[in-house]
Ligand binder design. Structure first.
Ligand SMILES: Cc1cc2nc3c(=O)[nH]c(=O)nc-3n(C[C@H](O)[C@H](O)[C@H](O)COP(=O)(O)OP(=O)(O)OC[C@H]3O[C@@H](n4cnc5c(N)ncnc54)[C@H](O)[C@@H]3O)c2cc1C
Length: 284
């Protein structure tokens, strides 16, 4: 059973920041509630006050410029997967979002809530880190923007300060010839491993080094050191094996219901090969 709590429905970012400051540790931001209410029902978290940000109009918007997407903090996974700007500019993100959780969670849960919760078994962080996305935060001392890889600092840990809220996620758009891919393996409700990759393949070779980020096996998503693969033959099995080996070495898997450390390291290798092969296939 949920214990009693008060919901404070704010209609502006300034009101949300004021409420964060007023209630301090006694309050949490309430977006879709898919994680928050579950944690409260299970009794692992208790907040006497919830600050409901869904009625702040500016937070629901998804906008695009020539070189970036801005996803407002109350945009749900469902909003993002169906948004024409996202589908046109970054179809890989739309596909990723369409495969998060189930339709009920996607219809209520937000991308910002996914990042703010810091649950390691998550899909978006690896792709957002590969793209160089940033979390835009608003607090008493103004606005700041933090790279996603610096925002999620550990298991259920983020760089969000006590008076701050996420207002948006800024995602730079890759150049036209850069391919973006994401593959995952999932046996439970959430991914056991997810690997995002980004790169250009021309005449079968990587132009520069590909970017590979592994998520869901570790406390945080990890970028794989790939500098040595600049110019490598992207279709050669030996290249894919070597990138997979680099990925296995880069992660520190946590054993849990999704598998043992050894099993997860194995999955990381398999899915890293697969995502790199997908990049090469997309380029041709
Ligand atoms: C059954 C189930 C299956 C799932 N499967 C997947 C999956 O396959 N892949 C995956 O990636 N994820 C999965 N998820 C996680 C899902 O993506 C998140 O639950 C959802 O995105 C959280 O968003 P929300 O708006 O509901 O957040 P809430 O539950 O409202 O909030 C979550 C946390 O974020 C904070 N928060 C929310 N918005 C803000 C803000 N604007 N500023 C500051 N803090 C904020 C809250 O205070 C709270 O601490 C699953 C969840 C469930 C329940």
């Amino acid at each position: 059973m949920l214990r009693r709590f008060d919901v404070h429905r704010v209609t502006s970012i300034a009101e949300a920041v004021d409420a964060r400051q007023r209630f301090g540790e006694d309050a949490a931001i309430y977006a879709g509630g898919t994680e928050l209410l579950l944690a409260m029902k299970m009794g692992v978290a208790r907040w006497p006050h919830l600050i409901d940000v869904k009625a702040i109009p500016a937070l629901g918007r998804i906008t695009a410029t020539n070189d970036a997407l801005r996803i407002g903090a109350t945009a749900t996974h469902w909003d993002i997967e169906r948004n024409a700007l996202v589908g046109g500019a970054l179809p890989a993100l739309a596909r990723l979002e369409a495969n998060v959780a189930n339709v009920r969670v996607r219809a209520a849960g937000t991308l910002a809530g996914n990042l703010a919760f810091g649950e390691p078994h998550a899909d978006p962080p690896s792709m957002l880190i590969a793209l160089g996305a940033r979390v835009v935060l608003e607090g008493k001392s103004g606005t700041r923007s933090v790279a996603v890889h610096e925002f999620i600092t550990g298991m259920y840990q983020t760089a969000l300060a006590g008076d701050e809220i996420i207002v948006a996620i800024d995602i730079p758009l890759p150049a036209k010839d850069v391919r973006v891919a994401y593959v995952k393996f999932q046996i439970l409700e959430r991914p056991s491993v997810g690997v995002a990759a980004l790169g250009t393949v021309r005449d079968g070779r990587f132009v520069g080094a590909p970017t590979v980020v592994v998520g869901a096996v570790d406390e945080v998503a990890r970028a794989v050191p790939t500098a040595q693969f600049a110019g490598a033959d992207a279709r050669d099995a030996r290249t894919l094996d070597a990138i997979a080996e680099a990925a296995r070495a880069a992660v520190e898997p946590t054993a849990d219901l999704a598998g043992s450390v050894e099993f997860k390291r194995h999955l990381v290798g398999v899915f890293t090969q697969r995502v790199c092969a997908t990049l090469a296939a997309q380029a041709s």
